[in-house]
Design a protein around this ligand. Structure first.
Ligand SMILES: [Zn+2]
Length: 290
């Protein structure tokens, strides 16, 4: 009997603190307290910081795509605009072309290549107020279109050269043969497009060809350009821009002889003239396959 009494007293003694704890918890535990930890903090949440701190491999680097610059206000396109573009210069005719442009008070764009014998002419073009843009250093299709690396090696070679000569870095480009050339593979071209976009390099093709590489007759060149420009702005009513391809090489005399008449006739047709930086339609033959 004595043993039973001792056991009952012991059970009672053990229960008292437990009951006191239950009462305390019911009264105070539901109230916020600076000394109580928020239960959420007890849950281990796997965060990116944890993975970095624990030395896990970082995410693969994303391509460095710059944000699109704010759109400049659209130029007036209520009248048709002619963009005269001369590829493959400089040449022995470059200065004559500049004179004709000045006589008619119009500006054009020169997509130049690397021609060391005419090194002084890059600055002449730039200082004349006409636009100068890149058209590859070597202009060798097989070389530059061999791979994306070869393409950009060529691109930067010319960009650096022009920078040394005129002190300006150029980011406007025309593919030799245009993006519609049949030499470059679609895979390489797409790799190039991705990188051009990442670097915000603008490339421009054309929508009017003088065909002056094949036609050595000034009258035919005039007709190709003027007729082509009129038809283009009639078809592409939304942009009203004729991007005209001509050449500035040592074989371009027929084009030089045609130039004055081309400008006169286009003016008579109501065209004004501008340079490619102000084009709203880049006349790209092929674009990045999304
Ligand atoms: Zn060319």
């Amino acid at each position: 009997m004595r043993i039973v009494k001792i056991i009952l007293i012991s059970i009672f003694a053990l229960c008292v603190p437990f009951v006191v704890f239950l009462i305390y918890d019911a009264v105070y535990a539901s109230q916020p307290s600076p000394f109580r930890e928020d239960p959420v903090t007890d849950v281990f949440v796997w965060s990116r910081q944890d993975s970095v701190a624990l030395g896990e491999p970082d995410e693969p680097e994303k391509p460095d795509i710059p944000e699109e610059p704010p759109e400049p206000p659209l130029p007036d396109r209520s009248v048709p605009v002619a963009f005269l573009t001369f590829d493959d210069g400089p040449s022995k005719y470059t200065e004559r072309i500049l004179e004709i442009l000045e006589e008619h008070e119009v500006k054009a764009t020169f997509f130049v290549i690397d021609k060391p014998m005419y090194d002084d002419l890059y600055k002449t073009i730039y200082d004349s107020g006409n636009e100068i843009a890149l058209h590859s250093a070597s202009h060798e299709y097989k070389q530059i279109y061999g791979s994306e690396e070869a393409f950009f090696e060529d691109y930067y070679s010319l960009q650096n050269k022009i920078y040394d000569l005129i002190g300006v870095r150029l980011w406007t480009y025309r593919f030799p043969g245009g993006t519609s050339n049949t030499i470059v593979s679609r895979t390489v071209l797409n790799d190039i497009f991705v990188k051009l976009r990442a670097k915000n390099i603008k490339y421009i093709d054309w929508n009017v060809s003088s065909n002056d590489c094949n036609v050595r007759d000034s009258n035919k060149i005039i007709n190709n350009v003027v007729k082509g420009a009129k038809e283009t702005v009639k078809i592409e009513k939304n942009n009203n821009e004729a991007m005209i391809l001509l050449h500035d090489t040592n074989l371009s005399l027929p084009s030089v002889n045609a130039l004055s008449e081309i400008i006169t006739q286009l003016k008579e047709e109501g065209f004004v003239f501008d340079t490619v930086s102000n084009a709203t339609n880049l006349s790209q033959h092929r674009k990045l396959a999304e």
